[in-house]
Design a protein around this ligand. Sequence first.
Ligand code: UDP
Length: 340
Amino acid sequence: MRIAEIAPPWVRVPPEGYGGIEWIVSILTDGLVDRGHEVTLYATGDSRTRARLSAPFDEPVSLGGKGFYDAVHPMAIQRYDVIHDHTGAMAACLGALSETPVLHTLHGPFNPDVRRLCRMIADKIYFNSISDSQRSGCPELNYVGTIYNAVEVETYPFRSEKEDYALFLGRFSEDKGAHNAIYIAQQAGVPLRMAGKVVPGVDTHYFEERIEPHLDGENIIYEGEVGGQRKRELLAGARFLLFPIQWEEPFGLVMTEALACGTPIVADAMGAASEIVKDSEVGILVGEGEWDAMAEAIKSGRLEAIDPHHCREYVEEHFSVEAMIDGYEAAFEKILADRA
Ligand code: UDP
C-alpha cells in the first residue's frame, strides 16, 4: 500500500525527550516500511525515519500548535492509497474534503468542541481510538477499531530490585496531576522524583504556582525534561509510577513504559488508566480523585505483592509493536475494501 503518515509538526519523530504521539508514529512508520509498504512520513525536517520523509517545516514549530502551522502541514499531502493522520482538528477537516480515504487516529480526549466537529465529518473520514475509554466519549463515529499504542519493550531495561522513590513522569499540566502526586507522596511518606515537560506559556503558570514551591531537592526532586537513558533509569528504578490524573486520559504511554521496566502503577480510575492498569495485578487503582485512599494503598504493602516480571509480560502481551502494526494494516485494508 502507498501510505501517508502525518505526524504533528510540534516535535521531531522520534522525539528526543517528551513526545507520545511522535513515538507511536515513529514505531508504526518504520514497522510499515519493514512490512514492504511504500510510506511517506510528513514530519519535521530533523526527523529520522526509514520511510520517505516529507518535511513542510525544517524544525518543530511551537508545541500546542498555532492554527497556521496545523493547517499548512497537512496541505503538503500528495496522493496515496490511504492517508493516516495523527494531528488535530485542522487535518481532520481537510481530510473530510480529500478524495483519498483518511484514517484519523484520535490522540486526545473528547470535549464538546471535538465531539461536535467529529460528528460533522463522521461520514467523511474513518476514525481509530487508542482506548475503549476514549471511544466511549463519542461512540457513534465510523471507527475502524481500537488500536492500542505500543511500546518497544526490548528498549526498556527490566529491574526487579527497586529504589525507594515514587516517579511522576509526563507533561506538567493540571490534567496529569503532578500536584496530586506531591500531595500523595507526602501523605504516604515516600520520596518523589519528578521529570517532564513544562510547555512554555501553556503550563508555566501551573508549574510555578503548584509545583515549584514544593521542590526541596531531597524528598521532592524535579529533574526537568528527560529522554533516552535517564528516562529509562528513572522508570526502572522507581518503586512505582504515580499517575494521579484528573482528565479522561486517552491512553497514557508512560504507564506502559513503566510496566515494561517492571515498575507497577498507582493510578486513579479515570480514562484509559482503568483499562491499562489491572488492579492488584500490575498496580493499584483507586476511585477517581481519591488521593487519601491512594496514599493509604501505597502504605498498605499491596504494591510489594506485585511481581515486576509479570508487569513486563503483561505489556508484551497487550501492547506489543507487532499487535499495533497488525492493527493498522488491517484497518487500512478494511478502509480500502470499504471504498472499493
Ligand atoms: N516523556 C519523555 N520525557 C519527559 C516526559 C515525558 O520522554 O520528560 C515521554 C513519556 O515517556 C511518553 C511521552 O513523553 O513516551 C508522553 O506520552 P503520554 O501518552 O504519557 O502523555 P501525553 O501524550 O498525554 O502528554
